[in-house]
Design a protein around this ligand. Structure first.
Ligand code: UDP
Ligand code: MG
Length: 308
């Protein structure tokens, strides 16, 4: 297949042997019904449960299934990027391989995209995951939305659709710790949300433990914003002002009332010195955050078009 298919369906697969048969059947049937040319790009993210062999078997019968095999398990986002880099379609749809996003919802995100958006983000109004998982997600959503200044309701939904140009720009990035919603905002993509169904995991287990999630979420947050370290300098200024205020009060009491407290003086000195230290650290952080932005090596700007 050398010609571009209209649609590429990209799915990261990590040990999902129990859902692959049904997943393939439902995806092929849905895409065929749409009457468009398509390919399915399954990314084997270091599977060890027989998913690889099963995918290869499907590939024998369905040449529109392409398999991108990673040398080991890299994680969902790297797997997604590997899939997008190998997808050839004019529209790229991504979906989880565990059937939590019903493949029958694919036309919904594609139709929305074709109304003239760059990216369509699925939004799970009813979400079937454990309570702690949903709570953690909601908190992260709030935090990250603030950090990346986006108003999307469900950043974590596995079903999304992208226009070719957006995918080309996304796969050109070279930095690590990527986070798809943040890249979309950075790229100035026109994003729409569409409500999609969500189902409980049919088979297999979620690949994310609590520890895993904490680690990943911190990584995500640290990769999209330098705000936390920039707060250090402000905290330093705040502490110094308190220390300064306390010393003014000590001076006033000494002069007008003749009172003097050693404890208050030490406390004032403490606040002031801690503040100065933090301001110094904040300055260092300011440079560190610049280094961080530079090493990401993102383009300085991206031209949309030039009108002659
Ligand atoms: N996944 C992956 N590599 C990983 C972890 C997950 O490719 O290291 C895939 C997984 O096979 C699934 C999708 O990412 O297709 C979402 O994973 P999962 O369903 O475990 O996450 P949850 O639904 O619990 O958020
Ligand atoms: Mg899942």
């Amino acid at each position: 297949m050398s010609e571009r298919p209209e649609i590429s369906l990209v799915m990261p697969v990590f040990n999902e042997v129990a859902s692959i048969d049904e997943l393939m059947a439902r995806c092929v049937s849905t895409l065929t019904k749409m009457g468009r040319t398509f390919e399915i790009v399954a990314v084997d993210d270091g599977c060890s449960d027989g998913s690889t062999e099963l995918l290869l078997k499907h590939h024998q019968a369905e040449p529109r299934l392409r398999i991108v095999r990673l040398v080991r398990n890299f994680g969902q986002t790297p797997a997604l990027y590997a899939g997008m880099a190998n997808a050839r379609g004019n529209i790229v749809v991504i979906i989880d391989a565990d059937l939590q996003n019903p493949p029958e919802e694919i036309p919904k995100v594609i139709n929305k995209l074709e109304e003239g958006y760059d990216v369509v983000q699925g939004w799970r109004q009813m979400r079937y995951d454990s309570l702690w998982r949903k709570t953690a997600s909601r908190m992260l959503n709030l935090f990250v939305s603030c950090a990346i200044k986006s108003k999307m309701r469900d950043l974590g939904c596995g079903l999304k659709a992208f226009r070719r140009e957006v995918v080309d720009r996304m796969v050109a990035f070279r930095h690590h710790s990527r986070y798809v919603p943040a890249e979309m905002v950075w790229l100035g993509a026109k994003v729409a949300e569409v409500q999609v169904e969500h189902q409980p995991r049919g088979a297999g287990k979620s690949k994310y433990s609590l520890w895993n999630l904490l680690h990943l979420n911190f990584d995500m947050l640290a990769s999209v914003t330098t705000t936390p370290i920039k707060l250090i300098g402000w905290l330093g200024i705040f502490l110094s002002v308190i220390g300064f205020g306390m010393s003014l009060r000590i001076g006033y009491m000494r002069i007008t009332l003749g009172l003097y407290s050693e404890l208050a003086t030490v406390a004032a000195l403490f606040f002031f010195l801690a503040g100065v230290q933090m301001i110094a650290m904040g300055l260092v952080c300011e440079y560190v955050s610049r280094i961080f932005v530079e090493v990401q090596n993102k383009p300085y700007y991206i031209v949309k078009d030039v009108i002659e």
